[in-house]
Write a protein of this length. Structure first.
Length: 228
């Protein structure tokens, strides 16, 4: 009996799944902080997860290819993304740049009131901030060039006769400062307001002014009026 055999061969080629090719869109790409941008990632070749990078900080996202980011700080931010599948991670997408502009705040004008404006020493005076403009974050009160308070409002007791210049400087979130001053002269008879003036940050010069009280020069006060 003759035994016969036959063999058949076939070659099966198994290739790795190519990694995804990722496309990233971010909208809008400019705005006034704070604002929210929508992030959308799409990729070819059956992606199973995504990575997004914002200013060098990387996050892995497995549940969704879309999301939102709050652009709270003024400045320029850069986004890029990539997707991965069983074949590995794909290349990073092109960089998308988002510009968050600083908000334009209303003009900053420093002002305050003082109460009472006259009285016998020792005289306790309440100073109240009435400045206008958004985003005011700090206050600095000076008496004759010395900072005496950083509160929004404060009280001060004048115990000695003399000339006093009270100055308030306010600063807002954009870093702009404005200031105003109020000049007083005080002797044993009390205190009087002479002049207040509000300007933004600029050099001041001092101009001496003499004022007589009640027509009696001996009771006049000398003070400073601040001008540009």
């Amino acid at each position: 009996m003759t035994t016969q055999s036959s063999t058949a061969n076939k070659t099966i080629t198994v290739t790795a799944q190519p990694p995804p090719v990722t496309t990233l869109t971010v909208t809008p790409t400019t705005g006034v902080a704070p604002f929210t941008v929508s992030v959308n990632m799409s990729a070819t070749n059956s992606p199973v997860n995504y990575q997004i990078e914002l200013n060098g900080v990387r996050s892995t996202i497995t549940s969704s290819s879309t999301g939102t980011v709050n652009m709270a700080v003024p400045g320029t931010s850069q986004f890029r993304a990539r997707a991965g599948n069983i074949g590995g991670w794909g290349e990073w997408s092109s960089v998308v740049t988002v510009v968050a502009n600083a908000p334009q705040l209303p003009p900053l004008v420093a002002s305050f009131t003082a109460n009472p404006l006259k009285g016998r020493a020792p005289l306790n005076v309440q100073f109240t901030d009435t400045s206008t403009g958004s985003g005011i974050t700090s206050w600095s009160w000076e008496i004759n060039g010395e900072v005496v308070s950083t509160n929004k409002n404060f009280a001060y007791t004048f115990t000695e006769p003399g000339d006093y210049v009270i100055k308030l400087t306010v600063t807002n979130t954009s870093g702009h400062a404005g200031f105003t001053s109020m000049s007083f002269g005080m002797n044993a008879l009390g205190m009087m307001q002479y002049e207040s003036q509000s300007i933004d940050t600029a050099p001041w010069e001092k101009v001496a002014v003499g004022i007589a009280a009640g027509g009696i020069l001996a009771l006049g006060y000398f003070t400073f009026i601040n001008r540009r």
